[in-house]
Design a protein around this ligand. Sequence first.
Ligand code: KIV
Ligand code: ZN
Length: 397
Amino acid sequence: MALIDITMSERVYIFDTTLRDGEQAPGCSMDVPEKLKMARKLVDLGVDILEAGFPIASEGDYAAVDAISREFPLAQVAGLARACRKDVEHAAKALQFAKRPRIHTFIATSDIHLQHKLHKTRQQVLDEAAAAVELARSYVDDVEFSAEDGARTDPDYLEQISNAVVSAGARTVNIPDTVGYSIPSEFGALIGRIVKSLGDRAIVSIHCHDDLGLAVANSVAAVQAGARQVECTINGIGERAGNCSLEEIVMILKTRADIFPFFTGINAEHLYSASQLLASLITFGPQPNKAIVGINAFAHEAGIHQDGYLKEKSTYEIIDPRSVGVPEGKLVLGKHSGRHALSQRAADLGFELTREELDDLYQRFISVADHRKKGLMDMEIIQLIHAGQDARQAVAD
Ligand code: KIV
Ligand code: ZN
């Protein structure tokens, strides 16, 4: 297969919003220690921008943005703010210890939102957007503007407001498909128009929701049309049907490098453990048939498939499971499993345990496995590791 020369490829920035858009969905809330655990993994994964929360929304969100900014000085940390003074100032304060802070300010731009939600004219919204960006720039160099419901916004107005916020100092202009309404050809054309209009004055970003199951497809179309930042989440969590799935967009660009001249900075071998870690922190995991990280994603059941796969893997496998961190020959860990298998699985999930930590994990593991007919899932093993860490921390405190 002829690969595109990597030196000709362009970088696509991965903006992770698992801890903000993802976290605001039902069943996905995380407290500050949980967000810190997830943030560590996102940093290892190599996300370019980590949106840590919406500081004005709650004390917990403020504390998370503040804690992540202090704990990960090298990460580019973003805080969300509506396009108004109170929000922007609060976001700037939450980000004060970040070495590479980004204020991400937004306002809705579609007529539906202007008429029914904001009760404002287009001119008012444009002025408020530009003022918020200018204010944000007085605190930080890196400002992103989002035109909420951008996909349903009049394209002429979208172009006008995009230019206005760039003149006010925004370096990234994000066009969300907030309600997951667009389709790839339409969204690609819209993004192409904004890219052309802004030229090299700003990076065009996209943020797609999955209401029609098209978040990833729309994101791919937008990248092909010139977007160079993708907003996405682990396991695709997010408002309603969720956001563009990080693992899917990354692996599409990587697997189809023959047609996509793009690359990301993601260390793909952390994808599975990131997915499992998130599942251990919230109330649900990826569906079994979820691409890349679902438990069936690399399982071959039909005889004809198994036969072909055993003869030559590439007959039915387009991605090497190990390349996304799925442990090889994944054994089910149950009450008969030994310490060695448990230690190996913990390592596969990103935890190098000391002897003492392994002993503790093993005790916890056996006490659960003893009552189980089936083995433990990976996310449950991560939960046991965290329980041990928390117990040791409590003793230390
Ligand atoms: O979906 C959306 O429009 C958003 C913005 C705040 C970026 O989440
Ligand atoms: Zn969103």
